[in-house]
Design a binder for this molecule. Structure first.
Ligand code: 5GP
Ligand code: MG
Ligand code: MG
Length: 179
């Protein structure tokens, strides 16, 4: 697998540091509250595990599964809700946990959904933010790292469902997806 990687961007230690930094910030910002963390599967599973352990609050954790990529390297405009949550978000302070925000369409989809369901507040903590990729106006509140407009894999992020288990985030060699 390592041979398919052009360049390692963030190793486990730097991701852990980002989790500590943001976990501390969230702990301060939500002092006395009981936020609901909403992790977006599958990409955010490792980031969720790291970040949530740095949060010193009574926190609830739920998982939602949406699909936007359909296996390729470019986002599609159609977002589908694959697995919904069961808990009620009415009047809850929700923190969406994402692996990466690219076009912003998935995030907007989720924010709209949560707003419709009556969430009290909605914030976003993402491992990576690819701001150059935005097609819709949406911002993340807690950002691990800003990345350039290139296709990255590892640490939860996939290409055709592989590479999620790489212990770092790296740039996938173009030849892997152009051949
Ligand atoms: P958006 O809706 O913001 O375009 O895309 C969100 C989802 O697309 C992310 O949660 C992620 O699953 C996928 N995605 C966007 N950019 C990348 C990337 O560079 N690498 C990988 N592996 N997935 C990405
Ligand atoms: Mg995602
Ligand atoms: Mg994917």
């Amino acid at each position: 697998m390592d041979n398919d990687i052009e360049e390692v961007l963030y190793d486990q230690a730097s991701i852990q540091q980002a989790a500590q930094r943001l976990g501390k910030q969230i702990t301060e910002d939500y002092a006395g509250e009981r936020p609901l963390f909403l992790s977006v599967l599958k990409g955010a599973y490792l980031w969720t595990a790291d970040l949530i352990r740095e949060v010193d609050l009574y926190a609830e954790l739920e998982f939602i599964k949406i699909s936007s990529y359909h296996g390729g390297v470019a986002s599609t405009d159609e977002i589908t809700l694959v697995t919904d949550i069961r808990s009620d978000v009415q009047n809850r302070d929700v923190i969406i946990l994402e692996d990466i925000v690219d076009t912003g369409q998935s995030l907007l989809f989720m924010k709209d959904l949560l707003a419709k369901r009556g969430a009290r507040s909605i914030k976003v903590a993402t491992l990576l933010d690819k701001k150059e990729g935005r097609k819709v106006e949406v911002t993340a509140d807690y950002i691990g790292f800003d990345v350039r407009n290139q296709f990255v894999v590892g640490y939860g992020l996939d290409y055709k469902d592989f590479y999620r288990n790489l212990p770092y985030v790296g740039i996938l060699k173009k030849e892997v997806y152009t051949k």
